[in-house]
Write a protein that binds this ligand. Structure first.
Ligand SMILES: [Zn+2]
Length: 287
């Protein structure tokens, strides 16, 4: 069954028909400045890793910071007769499929949306890039974070916020993996590139009325909105004292547990797409 992006958004339980962002020229210029700043820095290298090591670092981080809940795993049998096996398992036990891709950051959580009932969503596994590097570890953390959010009804109310905590945890993991921030800076350059290019697409769409599919526009909206808010939250963590750090992690745990929504956390710290977020990003990227 092929779903349009809007149908998928409704099925996933987000508020229907999100608006496409219309970035201001000031916003676009600020993101371009941060992108150029990052681009002109000395380029950092990442090393190859064995998959067992990459996953070990991810699990070490995830279990030290969070208490993960089990998720529903569905295994589709390969035979022509359709047999589905459903089980409750730790997200860390979801099967991993390695795929060749030019994108070293590549990761994907394979979701099965049941036909008649919407929740709980089921998972079939996690795709990671065949080339295992220090970045794979963060990609895996990113996907496990999605599994914790997607298995709880209404943990996220708005589609455009659905990448925030996955990006946040990926940044946090990369920050902890190498205290010299070598891996974090590689991640930063990738994310600021993503935010800037998606914002540019949206800007051109509104200004020059070029044709773009609603699916693409919604995805651009998602990565601009979630990317900026994730950096706002991460800068609060990065520059915050121990009490602030503890509070943020505790709030994320409560979102995983279904006791808070991502939007509650955003409201608490007044995280929105506005000048304050831009200022927080500028402070972080010029650290
Ligand atoms: Zn994601």
């Amino acid at each position: 069954m092929f779903l349009t992006k809007d149908q998928e958004i409704i099925k996933r339980g987000y508020q229907p028909y999100p608006k496409i962002i219309n970035p201001t020229i000031t916003f676009l210029n600020s993101m371009e400045k941060l992108f150029n700043l990052e681009y002109n820095k000395k380029k950092n290298q990442v090393s190859r890793l064995k998959i067992s090591d990459a996953l070990f670092y991810s699990e070490k981080f995830l279990t030290a910071y969070y208490k993960l809940h089990k998720v529903r795993y569905i295994q589709k049998s390969n035979s022509s007769k359709k047999i589905y096996i459903e089980q409750e398992i730790s997200p860390l036990q979801l099967p991993i499929f390695l795929k060749s891709s030019d994108d070293l950051f590549n990761g994907e959580l394979l979701i099965h949306i049941p036909k008649n009932q919407e929740y709980p969503l089921m998972f079939q596994g996690i795709i990671l890039n065949k080339q295992i590097t220090e970045l794979t570890s963060g990609s895996y953390v990113h996907e496990i974070t999605h599994s914790q959010l997607d298995s709880v009804k209404e943990s996220i109310r708005y589609y455009q916020n659905s990448e925030i905590l996955s990006i946040f945890n990926e940044l946090l993991h990369d920050y902890l993996l190498d205290k010299n921030e070598r891996i974090l800076r590689v991640q930063d350059s990738r994310r600021i590139y993503e935010i800037f290019t998606c914002a540019q697409e949206l800007f051109q769409y509104h200004k020059e009325k070029i044709h773009k599919s609603r699916r693409d526009l919604l995805e651009d909206t998602l990565y601009v909105s979630s990317g900026v808010k994730a950096y706002h939250l991460f800068s609060l963590f990065y520059f915050g004292n121990d009490a602030v750090k503890y509070h943020i992690i505790n709030a994320i745990q409560q979102i995983f547990d279904g006791k808070l929504t991502v939007e509650d956390l955003l409201d608490e710290y007044e995280i929105k797409l506005n000048n304050i977020s831009i200022k927080k990003m500028e402070k972080y990227f010029t650290r």
